[in-house]
Ligand binder design. Structure first.
Ligand code: ATP
Ligand code: LTN
Length: 336
């Protein structure tokens, strides 16, 4: 009976890069939704270390951050027994399929990716081929598992579209090999903006440390960052187009407290931005506290984390190898 229910569940796959400790943006835009979806779906979640090296990483730091990110998957409430939680490079099928998909992705469509354009303007001394081919690896991550849905923040929608295009193109040539996945973009939290420049998304690689909240920031640091968040000169807590700073704070508050904008406007009627900023900080502190407590406990238990990662990779590989084998056969690779 239990087995049958498993089979009826739709499958989701997502991944996060271990390129630093996640921000509140990653948490509200991605991680929190993953934890919320886990009961309903058959879940595959990966730490995308192969993607991380598209920008230069310090090897020791990458290693540390990979285990930290894996621990965070558990700390947000994912269950290594129920869900398939793994580290991307532990399943070599990702690199293998990515190469094949490179040959079905067009230079023109890859050149249009906003993330490539953005990152190649930032990392001007290292515009490597991996950075360019990044979406083909992401397509491999998704297509290997025949995922139905891919939960991502709005910034990754374009990569999902190219994944769908590559899948449809491949299926068009060889028959139905890949499931064409749908994006799953949570309404709220889809785009948390920088606290210092609310026209840009909150990003863990931002040089201005005051612009983002790290998921493990201590309460006093969270409070300070919200108090110095950039808003406009009006002082009414009201959601309105163009007021990016206050809109962002309202979005954050709404995600943490589960209230809609109207309720928030009522709650803070007649009170200024100062009060509101403190309330938002408090809500974020309460939201992150259980996660950081669980994280602190887990990160000290390396043996347990490694055991979970090993099992997760084995589970992932069972599905991934089946898809890859089918692809290789279709393409015409000689098998012995
Ligand atoms: P970097 O700043 O190092 O490029 P990032 O902070 O943008 O990284 P990723 O690892 O690329 O984070 O993204 C992980 C997940 O978090 C993705 O699903 C992405 O859509 C989501 N995400 C990232 N930033 C935000 C944000 N500001 N608001 C909502 N979701 C976000
Ligand atoms: N590119 C994504 C991370 C990522 C991903 C994936 C997301 C790598 N592989 C597969 C969804 C599905 C990012 O940077 N946010």
């Amino acid at each position: 009976m239990k087995m049958q229910m498993m089979e009826n569940k739709k499958r989701i796959l997502s991944a996060i890069q271990p390129s630093g400790l996640p921000t509140l943006g990653n948490y509200l835009g991605a991680l929190k939704n993953w934890a919320g979806m886990a009961r309903e779906f058959d879940c595959f979640f990966a730490v995308a270390d192969l993607h991380a090296i598209t920008v230069r990483q310090d090897p020791a730091l990458l290693k540390k951050q990979t285990l930290q990110m894996y621990a965070l998957l558990l700390a947000i409430g994912l269950d290594p027994q129920r869900d398939t939680l793994f580290i991307q490079s532990h399943v070599p099928e990702h690199s293998q399929l990515a190469w094949i998909l490179n040959c079905y992705a067009q230079f023109g469509e890859m050149s249009r990716m906003t993330q490539f354009k953005d990152k190649s303007s930032v990392y001007t001394d290292n515009i490597n081929v991996g950075l360019f081919a990044y979406p083909a690896l992401m397509a491999a991550d998704i297509l290997l598992y025949q995922a139905d849905f891919v939960p991502v923040g709005a910034d990754q929608k374009q990569h999902l579209e190219i994944t769908r295009d590559i899948a449809a193109r491949f299926n068009g040539i060889y028959g139905d090999v890949f499931k064409v996945p749908e994006p799953y973009i949570g309404k709220q939290g889809a785009r948390i903006m920088s606290l210092q420049d609310p026209s840009r998304k909150m990003s863990k690689s931002d040089e201005n440390l005051k612009s983002f909240i790290s998921i493990l920031d201590k309460p006093d640091s969270i409070m300070k960052k919200f108090k110095s968040a950039v808003t406009d000169s009006q002082a009414q807590v009201k959601y309105s187009p163009g007021k990016d700073g206050i809109n962002n704070l309202m979005n954050i508050y709404s995600c943490c407290r589960g209230k809609d904008y109207e309720e928030i406007e009522k709650e803070f009627e007649g009170r200024g931005y100062g009060d509101f900023k403190v309330a938002v900080a408090q809500a974020v502190i309460e939201e992150l506290q259980p996660v950081s407590e669980r994280f602190e406990r887990l990160i000290d238990d390396k043996a347990y984390l490694e055991q979970c990662a090993r099992q997760g990779a084995q589970k992932a590989q069972m599905t991934a190898s089946r898809t890859l084998e089918q692809v290789m056969k279709k393409v015409g690779f000689y098998k012995i």
